[in-house]
Structure formats: structure tokens, C-alpha cells
Design a protein around this ligand. Structure first.
Ligand SMILES: [Zn+2]
Length: 399
């Protein structure tokens, strides 16, 4: 073993309760090695949900169109199970929403059908389909620079609905889950509804330090190519009085029950476990998601399967041991296909060869988490998966 690099690498710690790795951005571990997401979940029963729901109804009353001449709120959607839940909830409250979809980077066929199904719940919809030539350039630049192919999508999920809030004078924007709550961000980010502002987007919106302005001048991209990616000016937001709220702050959020509800209203699942995932009911709308999730694994040592497993452990649906076993089986598989689509085809769209892609993977692989041989090459198991420093001793993963 002396011929191996990185023997002094610190061991990756995992939450003693849910098994998530401590490398997750914004996640904190306390002195008992319990993660902040588990602590947030633990506090849920003590939350005065009825008070929050009353406040939500007050807020809605304050912002909805008084004479019915405009939509009451904007609901940003992707067409997934959560979008169905959000839409059903606002309809149940008697609101007349405008649902807004900023089209996914590489929209899948099942994603298209699910978005069409969403409209059939009985709502008006706007789909903002950003320039695919520019978006592919952005996919490419972001993958090369920050190892995140989905950067354009992370940005437009926030900017497009907020731009429409200003332009159509619909101040209330109702998002779904506050991921900082489920996945353990700072308390301040997880609590309260907020005035929408750009700094929150830049810190928690998954931009990874790459700003929209950084894209100007690259691969011939100009300012006017980036309208959909640009946040409205502060005084425009103030004039409209735009506010963003997360439904998950007011109503306890659970992805699985959203999926059950969505299916009852015609939402289509994949029918088998999605590659790299544990379930068949989420992240069905974008063929690039497999690449996105694989890079999360390379950078932080956990993938989609680990994220899903941890939230089911938290809810008592899996034991920690079962979860760790599922993670070992499913996490970190090379994304040769996603939703049955071959990787080469997905890369071709952004002008990238498989060889180039593998070079980028290596560049973003965390050398403190994954083993290398004496030449600095990453070690792989028989199945071609990267090997972690503490993979050979399962007890190491116990906390
Ligand atoms: Zn935890």
C-alpha cells in the first residue's frame, strides 16, 4: 500500500443517522456527527405548522390579484412530481396561477409529456425556451470550468420566473421545496419567506461561483444572449414588490407523497430505477442529469443515490445499514446512459468527445476522497467505479 498516494488523506465522515457525507455544500455536522439536515428534520414536529399555514394564507390574500384581472401568482415548474404537487396545492387554495417553465437543458420525451400533463390540471402556462445554441455553449463552458453541466438550468430556474414576475406584474412567486431545508443549509437560509434577491441566488442557487457576467466574451457570447439568465434590476423588483416563498416552509415537504399524488393526476414515472438513482419518479426531464449527478459524486463523494437514501433514512423508511448498502450498489456509476440515452449522444450536442469528457472528469475528481496509484491515476474496481479511501473497510463508513 506504500505505493499508493494519499495515505494521509482525512477519512470522509458520514452522518451517524442518515449516512450522508459531510462534503455536501452547506451541510454541517455537530459534535455528535449528526448532520444539519437530520437536525432540521428532527425539529419538524415542534414546528407550529398551523400558524405557518395561516401566515401563508394571509400572504396569498395580500398579494393575489384583487379584481381577478391578472394571475394571482407565478409557480415555477419543471413538470416533475413536485411541480404537480405545487400546482395542485395552489389550485386547492383557490388561486389562479400562471405556471412558468424555463425549459430544461436537454428535455427528455417523458419530461415533455409530464409538462403537458401538468397543464391539464387546469392552468395557464408559459414555457420559456431559451436559445439552444447559447445554452449548449453555456453547458460546455460550465462543465469545463466548474464541473457542472447544469449551470444554465440552475440559473434560469430562478431568473426566468422572477423576470416574468416583474414583466407581468405578478409579485408572488411560489417555489416548491427549499432544498437548503431538506439538505441542511444554514438555518437562516432554510427559514422564513424572503424578498427575492440576487445575492441569495448566487449563494444558494447552485451557481458554484460562476457568475452570469463571467460568460460574456466566451465562445462569442454577448450580453444580449444572456437576457434569460440575467436577474431583474433591484429597482424593478422593488417596483413590483416581488416576493418569493417556498411551499415547503409552510407545509411539510415529502417527495414520495408528492410522487404518489402526481401519479394519481397522470404524472408518468420512468417505470424502472433511473440510472444512478434509487427511484423511478424524479429527475426525468433532462438527459444531462446523469452527468450533473456524476460530477457531484466526483467532487464530493456522494451521488443521487446517497442523497435519496439519506432522506428516506431520515423519514424512517430505510435503516442506515440498508441505505449504505444501496449507496454502495448504485452511487457513482459512470453515466454511460441516462434515461436510456447514450452519453456520447448527449456530449455530441455540446461538441465534446468522450475522451475530452473523461479528462474533465479526472480534473474534477477529489483526490482526498478517491484512491490513486503511484502515478496519480485513479484506481477503479472491476466494475470501473472509482475506489474511495475508506471503501475497503465498511466500518469506516459508520460515522
Ligand atoms: Zn444526517
Amino acid at each position: 500500500m506504500t505505493s499508493e498516494r494519499g495515505q494521509g488523506a482525512p477519512r470522509l465522515r458520514y452522518c451517524r443517522r442518515c449516512g450522508i457525507a459531510e462534503t455536501r455544500p452547506h451541510l454541517r455536522f455537530d459534535e455528535e456527527t449528526i448532520c444539519s439536515a437530520c437536525r432540521a428534520y428532527e425539529r419538524r414536529p415542534a414546528i407550529a405548522w398551523e400558524d405557518r399555514q395561516r401566515r401563508f394564507l394571509d400572504l396569498v390574500e395580500q398579494y393575489r390579484s384583487k379584481d381577478g384581472s391578472n394571475w394571482d401568482c407565478i409557480v415555477p415548474v419543471s413538470g416533475g412530481k413536485d411541480s404537480h404537487y405545487q400546482t395542485l396545492m395552489v389550485l386547492e387554495m383557490g388561486l389562479n396561477p400562471l405556471i412558468v417553465m424555463a425549459t430544461t437543458d436537454k428535455l427528455s420525451d417523458i419530461g415533455r409529456r409530464n409538462f403537458d400533463n401538468l397543464k391539464k390540471l387546469g392552468v395557464d402556462a408559459i414555457e420559456v425556451d431559451v436559445n439552444p445554441v447559447v445554452r449548449r455553449k453555456l453547458n460546455r463552458i460550465a462543465l469545463m470550468r466548474i464541473g457542472d453541466i447544469s449551470w444554465p438550468e440552475h440559473v434560469t430556474i430562478f431568473t426566468v420566473p422572477v423576470r416574468l414576475s416583474v414583466q407581468l406584474n405578478i409579485p408572488l412567486v411560489i417555489w416548491g421545496e427549499n432544498t437548503e431545508d431538506e439538505y441542511g443549509g444554514p438555518d437562516e437560509a432554510a427559514s422564513e419567506y424572503r424578498l427575492i434577491n440576487r445575492s441569495w441566488l448566487e449563494e444558494f442557487g447552485g451557481m458554484n461561483g460562476l457568475r452570469v457576467a463571467d460568460m460574456v466574451g466566451q465562445l462569442g457570447i454577448t450580453q444580449r444572449d444572456l437576457i434569460a439568465y440575467t436577474y431583474p434590476a433591484a429597482d424593478d423588483l422593488e417596483r413590483t414588490g416581488s416576493v418569493g416563498v417556498y411551499l415547503g416552509y409552510f407545509f411539510p415537504w415529502d417527495g414520495l407523497s408528492n410522487a404518489i399524488l402526481a401519479k394519481a393526476y397522470g404524472f408518468e414515472t420512468y417505470g424502472k430505477t433511473v440510472e444512478g438513482s434509487l427511484v423511478d419518479y424524479e429527475n426525468l426531464d433532462n438527459y444531462q442529469t446523469g452527468i450533473h449527478d456524476y460530477f457531484m459524486y466526483l467532487k464530493y463523494g456522494f451521488g443521487r443515490a446517497a442523497m435519496l437514501a439519506s432522506l428516506h433514512v431520515r423519514r424512517g423508511r430505510l435503516s442506515r445499514r440498508q441505505a449504505m448498502d444501496l449507496v454502495r450498489r448504485h452511487d457513482g456509476r459512470f453515466p454511460s446512459t441516462y434515461l436510456g440515452h447514450p452519453l456520447e449522444e448527449i456530449l455530441r450536442d455540446i461538441g465534446m468527445s468522450l475522451e475530452q469528457f473523461q479528462g474533465i472528469c479526472d480534473r474534477f475528481t477529489n483526490r482526498r476522497i478517491f484512491r490513486q496509484d503511484n502515478n496519480g491515476r485513479f484506481i477503479r474496481d472491476e466494475a470501473g467505479r472509482l475506489v474511495k479511501f475508506n471503501d475497503d473497510n465498511p466500518e469506516d463508513a459508520e460515522g
